[in-house]
Design a protein around this ligand. Structure first.
Ligand code: MOS
Length: 749
């Protein structure tokens, strides 16, 4: 399926494994239960730990019945701020730039409901759970601070992970003044909490001053350094085994306090300790998508072109740490406008610290941008798709740079055609289905940046003609191991069945972070480069040996294919990898590779994946019940390594978009500030019955600048565009703009 492109050095070509819709290589392991997740590990003499969480949102713990907990049969230790053994690092420091203040029982202050206030360790999970219950904490409680109007805002220095809090160009006020129509609207998005299928877990086992951790992790090697800092040991003394994640979504890229406490308990008790969070313990200590209030001002001229775009987000963070949903930055790269402002304010609530959650910033920001653009299209009397085409950004609106590739026009066209967008009435409330339900159509633009991080990989060609490739990374369920395996096999010029793929262990070369939708591009580039490096060495052996049919061909004149090297100018002359190694008397030959972006290319080009999402909803006019009945997404994301897995990532993202639009929200008690629906019975995420007929179109796109392999990401873009498309469809069905998420029955009254 993939057309061959020359690789750096001209030695190798992109092979035939990429582009194949292979099923997940780990699929059988997972469906048969043979795949080992962190909490499936049960070393000998294992102890179980349970954290006790604060039941108030703000104040101080004045009493814990430690004696009662300790007296419970099976309880081995109770760790509180009073007896917590020292850590090698100041607990308020951060070991990496992806760290947040970690709650490790520093003191008796309660900063949010659910914050760990003690750790109980016991011979059984039941005993530890009962021990934690027997602590019966008492508090000096203070009123919880919560809500956008209840707390003063402040000006943050940065949003997200080090992104600017304020970016702009041109004169927004002049642009608005010059506009013939203006849209000034305010939207709100709620806190959304991580509900990966696998809650966070850790099994920690010490051996002298070395520790082995079974814990799901999106960045294994980086995390060894962070854990090492907590315990004052070298990073190489920390081994993380993280083969499989039952979903990560950003929450498993960071270290949370419970992990540190479990490791500490294991060292203190000199026995392995397991801590596995309950579902309700996911609501606070492991990050969440922070709530936002977003104010949008758009100016439009007579031609339906933007004269100004101002996106102001107020993001909620905790009282003690800052992670601000960078929602306004979603407006920086989508639509052409002479004046642009993306800015942020912040508020501090008595909640757990937010963190990255799938498309952090883009998800909530594009939800509002796409909704406001729909409002502007209607104000301009234009079809929403036509309005977006009139404001198509030929260059990146924020930086003015050319795009590395942008097949968004094709996404609009292919998506609209598949959906049947033509003939959509401009006014809302015009369509009904055969049962009398109101029908509406909406659309949104999807966009996500195409970053690369740093990764390393090794490849080893073996005497029997097979190969081993290695890089440290987890499979989060997205099929990373399959796509990476395909790329690695192509780098080596071998069929995938000839290549063994090792990952999931921090002792392997650093696979980088599986985040930012940049893992396939980054780790894939490293694996491919490792393969081509091994092939280059092999080819040197052959062309320098007069007994080889390739003698004298020179590196540039040799191609690797199906386990053989061929003279480029004479395909009749070839030799197998095994023959070359055997003649040289070698049992194997190794290569190493790195994946990172060429900084010069990033200077010159803006790099994004693009897409267009079209939604149909049906709304019961009497009950206000909203049902998404169709979703079509067309996405252009560079070279697609595995269309089956890429589509399933996009389906998943779009389904999350549906959840964002209509279901997900943490509901806080007004007085106590506690989350009242900290469980997946009441915190709604889409189930099969909610998910309509869906279509994903992979729009071909050749991006020669993003990286030599032309790979962008598909992990996060699906959620962008979808939220707005659904909200816009709800408006088109009913004429109601809820301007808050999730949109529910109450908004339809
Ligand atoms: Mo993601 S939120 O980059 O894991």
């Amino acid at each position: 399926m993939s057309d061959a492109i020359p690789m750096p050095g001209g030695r190798n070509r992109f092979g035939s494994n990429s582009g194949q819709p292979l099923t997940r290589r780990d699929g059988v392991l997972k469906v048969t239960g043979a795949a080992t997740f962190a909490a499936d590990n049960h070393p000998d003499r294992l102890l179980h730990a349970v954290t006790a969480g604060a039941t108030v949102s703000r104040g101080r713990v004045t009493f814990l019945d430690v004696e009662a907990a300790k007296a419970h049969p099976g309880v081995v230790a109770v760790i509180t701020p009073e007896n917590r053994p020292p850590l090698a690092m100041d607990p308020d420091e951060k070991p990496t730039r992806f760290s947040f203040r970690t709650e490790v029982l520093q003191d008796d202050t309660v900063r949010y409901a659910g914050q760990p206030i003690a750790l109980v360790v016991a011979e059984t999970l039941e005993a530890a759970t009962e021990g934690a219950r027997l602590l019966s904490p008492r508090y000096e409680e203070e009123p919880a601070r919560h809500g956008f109007d209840a707390v003063d805002t402040y000006e943050p220095e940065a949003v997200g992970v080090g992104a600017p809090a304020k970016v702009g160009k041109g004169d927004v006020e002049a642009g608005l003044a010059a506009a013939t129509r203006r849209v000034e609207v305010r939207y709100e998005t709620p806190g959304q909490y991580h509900n990966a299928m696998e809650p966070h877990a850790i099994v920690a086992e010490w051996d002298g001053d070395r520790v082995t951790l079974d814990t799901p992790n999106q960045a294994l090697v980086m995390s060894t350094g962070a854990f090492a800092a907590w315990f004052g040991i070298p990073a190489e003394n920390v081994t993380i085994r993280s083969p499989f994640l039952g979903g990560g979504f950003g929450s498993k890229a960071i270290i949370f306090g419970g992990q540190v406490l479990a490791i500490l308990a294991a060292r203190m008790l000199q026995r392995p300790v397991k801590l596995a969070l309950r579902r309700d313990q996911m609501y606070g200590p492991v990050g969440h998508r922070g709530a936002t209030r977003q104010e949008m001002r758009l100016g439009i001229d007579d031609e339906g072109r933007l004269t100004a775009l101002d996106h102001l987000t107020t993001s909620a963070t905790s009282s003690f740490e800052e992670f601000l949903e960078p929602a306004s930055n979603a407006s920086l790269n989508t639509y052409a406008t002479p004046a642009l402002l993306a800015r942020h304010k912040a508020v501090r609530w008595d909640i757990g610290t937010p963190g990255p959650m799938r498309a952090p910033g883009e998800a909530s920001g594009s939800a509002v941008l796409e909704s406001a653009m729909d409002e502007a299209a209607f104000a301009a009397g234009l079809d929403p798709l036509e309005f977006r085409l009139r404001n198509y950004a030929e260059t990146d609106p924020a930086s003015g740079k050319r795009f590395s590739a942008k097949a968004l026009r094709e996404c609009y066209a292919d998506g609209a055609k598949r959906f049947g967008w033509a003939g959509r009435p401009l006014a809302p409330g015009q369509m009904r289905d055969e049962t009398g339900r109101l029908v509406g159509w909406g659309m949104g633009t999807a966009l996500f940046h195409a970053p690369m991080f740093q990764a390393e990989a090794k490849a080893t060609l073996r005497a029997d003609g097979t190969a081993l490739v290695e890089t440290a990374g987890a499979d989060m369920g997205q099929g990373a191991w399959t796509a990476l395996h395909q790329i690695a096999a192509d780098g080596l010029g071998l069929a995938i069945s000839m290549v063994e793929f090792h990952s999931g262990h921090s002792g392997l070369p650093d696979g980088g972070i599986a985040g930012g939708s940049g893992h396939t591009a980054t780790a894939g580039s490293a694996l491919h480069a490792a393969g081509t490096d091994a092939i280059a060495k092999l080819s040197e052996l052959a062309v320098g040996d007069e007994r080889s049919p390739l003698f004298g061909a020179g590196n540039v004149g040799v191609e690797a294919r199906d386990g053989r090297l061929y003279r480029a100018d004479d395909p009749e002359r070839s030799e197998s990898y095994a023959e070359i190694l055997a003649r040289a008397g070698l049992s194997e030959i190794g290569g190493a590779g790195q994946g990172a972006r060429d900084p010069a290319s990033a200077e010159e080009r803006a790099m994004f994946s693009h897409g267009a999402v079209f939604a149909e909803v049906k709304v019961d006019p009497d009950l206000g019940q909203i049902k998404v009945s169709r979703l079509v997404g067309a996405f252009a994301a560079g070279r697609i390594i595995n269309p089956r897995l890429a589509s399933s990532q996009l389906y998943g993202g779009m389904i999350w978009g549906l959840g964002f639009a209509l279901e997900e929200q943490a509901v806080h008690d007004r007085r106590s500030g506690r989350i009242m629906n900290a469980n997946i019975a009441e915190y709604h995420v889409p189930v099969n019955a909610d998910v309509p007929e869906m279509d994903v179109i992979l729009v071909p796109e050749d991006d020669p600048y993003v990286n030599p392999l032309g790979i962008k990401g598909v992990g996060e873009i699906g959620i962008t565009g979808t939220v707005g498309a659904i909200a816009n469809a709800v408006w088109h069905a009913t004429g109601i703009r809820a301007r808050r998420f999730p949109i529910g029955i109450a908004d339809m009254l």
